[in-house]
Design a protein around this ligand. Sequence first.
Ligand SMILES: *[C@@H]1O[C@H](CO)[C@@H](O)[C@H](O)[C@H]1NC(C)=O
Ligand SMILES: *[C@@H]1O[C@H](CO)[C@@H](O)[C@H](O)[C@H]1NC(C)=O
Ligand SMILES: *[C@@H]1O[C@H](CO)[C@@H](O)[C@H](O)[C@H]1NC(C)=O
Length: 459
Amino acid sequence: MRTLSTAVAIAAHVGMALSQAQITVNTGSTLQEIDGFGVSQAFTRAAEFEGMNPEPRRKGLDYLFSTTTGAGLTIIRNRIGSKGQGDSILPVSPGSPNATPNYVWDGSDSSQVWFSKEAMAYGVNQIYGNAWSAPGFMKTNNNEANGGYLCGVSGRSCGSGDWRRAYAHLLTQYVKFYAQEGVNVTHLGFLNEPDFVATYSSMQSDGNQAASFIPILHQTLAENDLSHVQITCCDAMGWSSQGTMTGQLVQQGMEQYLGVITSHMYTGDPNSPMNTKLKTWQTEACDLQSSWCTTWYSNGGLCEGMTWANKLHTGIVNANLSGYLYWEGVEVNQFQAASYLVASDGTNVIPSGRLWAFAQWSRFVRPGARRVSHSGSVNNVGIGAFKNTDGTVAVVFTNNGSNQNVRVNFNGFTPSTAIAYVTDNNRAVAETAVTLSGGSVTLDVPGRAVLTLKLSASE
Ligand SMILES: *[C@@H]1O[C@H](CO)[C@@H](O)[C@H](O)[C@H]1NC(C)=O
Ligand SMILES: *[C@@H]1O[C@H](CO)[C@@H](O)[C@H](O)[C@H]1NC(C)=O
Ligand SMILES: *[C@@H]1O[C@H](CO)[C@@H](O)[C@H](O)[C@H]1NC(C)=O
């Protein structure tokens, strides 16, 4: 009996030791800079959000931006309108490209000014203004919808003349109107899904045509003391399509004018680094197929939080992204789709599992953080490690499999405090136990969960 129980005890001990995976985070080995995570409230969603009663509205804003009760998002994407009166700042054609434009500003921009200021109150300072199209009168099809090209880009001319400068001027004026409201537009895009013809605001372009406009926009911003505004391109439908456009931009020498390469994920998720020295952001991702769901994990469906946790991991760690944006943030009385992170009926405000997937990253991996390398691996667990500008370190574990006991060592960093937060089917960014001893952390990463370990350095 005694022999047997000793053997069992030894086996249990050995089994435990064998099942503990080890990784080492190398804080001195830095990779891409992280700008952050975000959403849009484009196409009347900001106005519906602003129109809510104050209490649920605050709850919705907290879910998006609070670093203690929400996702702590740090980027917002506003739509620059092209639909005429009430949408575009240049609703009426001045008649010709060189005539004086009569800009119109209502101070609200469909409540996107309100949304920007609310985000800023939580510390957000990355405001992406993105045009879906130029006004119709600047385009080959004389319509802001149904595709068509900006008059004057390579291979596309119009009887009315070359409108490239006028479009650059309009975009610059948009930035000035926002500045007038106290909102600093930091990123500016002039295309949205230029590889897709939509029945709503849309404008076509390939990379070479974009390259025949970018230097003009860059110069116009500079002439107006707005050189700090980073130009983005091109918000294509998917990663490989954007890859083709990026190749053309790089070949045309556009990297000197651009700040960020931007892509959506509808025809392909970011899964490997884009061939550019510029930062890359995934600027529009969502589930357009499922009805609204709050599920964390069930069967790996597109509306589930765990699915998006994997997409975030793959984008940041495998594809070298610096930013990742879901499509919309809060939607009121929609409930029909999973294309937004938070739903409300006007009274109740309901976060999705997808929101908590974003929270596991955005609350802890803050703007300016550098991704750092690590060695070692854990079965079925994706690992991303980051050093924040305040000296704290965050390690995000995305566990597709079952519970794993992990020991985390550090190279170039001595943690003085360690705290972990976990999201799974029963918890949403809930604190969970870790052991810090001898400069290493031991913890359990539950199955089908994301766990973020946050460490501060000793003095
Ligand atoms: C706007 O943001 C940029 C950083 O993107 C910064 O350099 C600039 O000082 C800011 N301007 C204002 C007026 O806050
Ligand atoms: C990752 O992105 C950065 C820009 O943020 C770039 O300088 C670097 O070359 C990229 N790394 C890879 C492996 O593509
Ligand atoms: C986790 O599962 C997703 C698919 O659901 C897959 O894309 C990803 O590579 C997996 N990650 C790991 C670390 O196993």
